[in-house]
Ligand binder design. Sequence first.
Ligand SMILES: Cc1cc2nc3c(=O)[nH]c(=O)nc-3n(C[C@H](O)[C@H](O)[C@H](O)COP(=O)(O)OP(=O)(O)OC[C@H]3O[C@@H](n4cnc5c(N)ncnc54)[C@H](O)[C@@H]3O)c2cc1C
Length: 364
Amino acid sequence: MHSYRIAIVGAGVAGLTQALWLQRQGHRISLFESGSEDLAHHCSHVGAGMLAPYCELSEAEAEICRWGAAALELWRQLVPTLARPVHMSCNGTLVVAHHQDRAGMHHLAERIKHAGFEPRLRWLQRSELHELEPELEGRFSTGLYLTPEGEIDPRSLLPALVETLRRDGAQLHFATRVDALAPGEIHAQGQRHAFDWVVDCRGLAASDTWPALRGVRGEILTLRSPDVQLHRPIRMMHPRYPLYIVPRPGNRFVVGATSIESDSLRPPTVRSSLELLSAAYALHPAFAEAEIVEMKTQCRPTLPDHLPAIRQQDNLLQVNGLYRHGYLLSPFLAETVATFIGEQRWPETAAVLRRSLDTVTERP
Ligand SMILES: Cc1cc2nc3c(=O)[nH]c(=O)nc-3n(C[C@H](O)[C@H](O)[C@H](O)COP(=O)(O)OP(=O)(O)OC[C@H]3O[C@@H](n4cnc5c(N)ncnc54)[C@H](O)[C@@H]3O)c2cc1C
C-alpha cells in the first residue's frame, strides 16, 4: 500500500484516533493542535467516555448503535496495544428508573428491540439487580442490563494516544494553530505545508467552513467517595436528558451530563449541578458525603441530524459532528477514513456518513 504524508488538524479524540489508525496503515503523520499537550482545553477532555451503543438508542438513530457496537470491539483490540495503560471496562450498563420515570425505561427497551438488538438486553428483577450491584439493594425493583457496553477513561486514553503516536514516529505539533486548510495543504505559523491528504478534526472550530455545526452544551461533575462501590456505569432515566454515573479508579465517579441547546462555555449552573448531584444522591445516599472534585462545561460539535459526517473535497477530508458520541464512535470513523485513503474506496458501512463539500446543504 502507498505510504502518504498526511496532516491531521486537531488533537481531540477524533483527531488522535484518526492519526493512530492512519499511522498503523504505514502513512507518515503530522498532527497540528492549537492547544497545549496537556489537552485540558477541548471537548474530549470533558467527555465521560461512555461506550454505550444500546443505551444511546433512547435518543439516537439505529446507525449510532450499529457503528458504536463495531467501535466497541475496535477499542477492545486497540487499548492493549497502546504505549501506556488505559482504564477501560466492559461490564455492561445497568439502567434504573424511579417510579415516575419508568416509562422511559420501557421506551428504551422497545427501541432496542425494534432496532433488532433484543439479545443485548435483559430485564432484571430485584434479586438479580442486587446480585449485580449489591449497594443498590432496596432502591429499585427492576433494572435493564445491557451488554456488551463499557466505558473508557479519557484522562488516561488521550495521553496514551499521544505517547503511542510519538513512539511510533508521528510528528506532533502542539501549540500550533492551523490558520487555513485546503485540499493537500495547510497554513500554520506563516508557512504553507503540502501533504498528500489533510484531515480536518477541529471539532466545533470547524464551523468557519461548516456552518451547520453547532454546540450543544454539556455539564459534568466528578465526585470522590470511598463509601460507594459500583461495578459498572449506571444509567438513570431522567425526563430531560440521559444521566449516568460512571465509576472510575481512585473512588472517583463521573456524573453527567446535561444537554442544553447553547454554545455557552460559562461554568455549570446551580440548576444543572443540583440535578446531577440529586441524581447521584438518589442512586446512593452515601454520595452525600462525597467530595466534588471537578465541575466542567463543554460544547459538543453537533450537526442538524445529530449524526457524525465525513466530507470530502479532493484530498481534504473533514470528520465532525461527533455530538454525544465522540468516544463511542471515533474508532469506527477512523477506520472508515483509513480504508478510504488506503484503498481509494468507501466501505459500504459508510454510506450514511459520507457527504461531499459541494452537495451538502448548509444551515443558513
Ligand atoms: C459533558 C460531555 C459528556 C460527554 N460524554 C460522552 C460520552 O460519555 N461518550 C461519548 O462517546 N462522547 C461523549 N461526549 C462527546 C465527546 O466528548 C465529543 O463528541 C468529542 O469530544 C468530540 O471530539 P472532537 O475531536 O471532534 O473535538 P474536540 O475534542 O473539541 O477536539 C478538537 C481539537 O481541534 C483543535 N483545533 C481547533 N481549531 C484548530 C486549529 N485551527 N488548529 C489546530 N487545532 C485546532 C482544538 O484545540 C481541539 O483540541 C461528551 C461530551 C460532553 C461535553
